[in-house]
Design a protein around this ligand. Sequence first.
Ligand SMILES: [Zn+2]
Length: 278
Amino acid sequence: MKRRRFLISLAPALITPTWAARAWATTIPRALAVPGGIARISLGASEQAPRANLGGTPVLVVRDDGEWIALVGIALATKPGSKLRVEAQRPGGSNERFEISIAPKAYAEQHLKVPQGQVDLSTKNLARYERERTHMSDVLKTFSESPPATLAMLQPTPGERSSTFGLRRYFNGQARSPHTGMDIAAPAGTPVIAANEGRVIDTGDYFFSGQTVVLDHGQGLLSLYAHLSAIDTTVADTVAAGAVIGKVGATGRVTGPHLHFSVYLNAVPVDPALFLRD
Ligand SMILES: [Zn+2]
């Protein structure tokens, strides 16, 4: 009898709306300290926002449920078992160090055998790719002070999401860069929308990613849309979440139409699925 009463008295505490709201607020993005994942660090409550950085690169700091939290993007190349050091500066001036232990995550491997001529780029294309890589690396370092309107993102085009983020690709036994985004299958011409409110910081037609748009959502949270058949926005435009920014296509180095969607935090790609509702 006693035991039953105890259980009943617990029940209301488990279903209070505040508890549900808290859980929701902390659900997106889903934090998991693995390569390609996101570490969540509690920085406590203070009037003004603290700042935080990872090896000198500023990281996203937002207020969540009355406290400040840092959300740190973990590069895919980070070794499991290693530790990342995040430094936080309090508004008062004191510094604090946090260590993030990186847990392992096994990403799938894909081995392809292709004629060597298709793997090696011509001198001209290699030079173009090097130029574009430098440009894109500068774009992806963008850090603007205003915080994102929200951390939850919209799926940018309807269609089946592949879970190939982090896929390790080998061409004829040679390792290539891992897959930095999520591919969404959709017919060419399907509208692509902004996953979150933001500012257009780059548009271009690149060797590998084809027609591409990059949005800045604030505090180093960026999103990238590639292989578009059309770009319907311009650099410096402000776009609302859900605004059409282009159309699905097959531009760049692809075998068929789909949307490649990437999300960046502190200049590293993280799994876009962590920002999407199921
Ligand atoms: Zn892709």
